[in-house]
Design a protein around this ligand. Structure first.
Ligand SMILES: [Zn+2]
Length: 93
């Protein structure tokens, strides 16, 4: 399940809870679900995949770890420590 599916699932659940009317426990459930949906939407500006690149610099030995959001198709090329060209390996998160 990706985040978008999760949001849809929560929205369905919220609609289901709303059907039960205005009784106290359900109002809180609906409120909680609304907040959860809002939070998920905030952290998901249409992007659901993140990739991590790891590159150990030959020059200074620094291990660079860079997280990139897709879809951007950018591969890091340089050491963030000394600026030398560094080979990065894509790591699945
Ligand atoms: Zn370096």
């Amino acid at each position: 399940m990706n985040k978008q599916e999760c949001i849809e699932q929560l929205q369905n659940l919220k609609a289901h809870c709303s059907d039960w009317g205005d009784e106290e426990p359900w109002i809180k459930d609906v409120k909680a679900l609304e907040m959860a949906i809002k939070e998920l939407n905030k952290t998901t500006p249409g992007v659901e995949v993140q990739e991590q690149f790891v590159g150990e610099c030959d020059n200074c030995g620094y291990v660079n770890t860079i997280n990139l959001q897709l879809p951007k198709h950018i591969v890091p090329k340089f050491c963030t420590q000394c600026g030398c060209e560094t080979k990065y390996i894509k790591k699945a998160l």
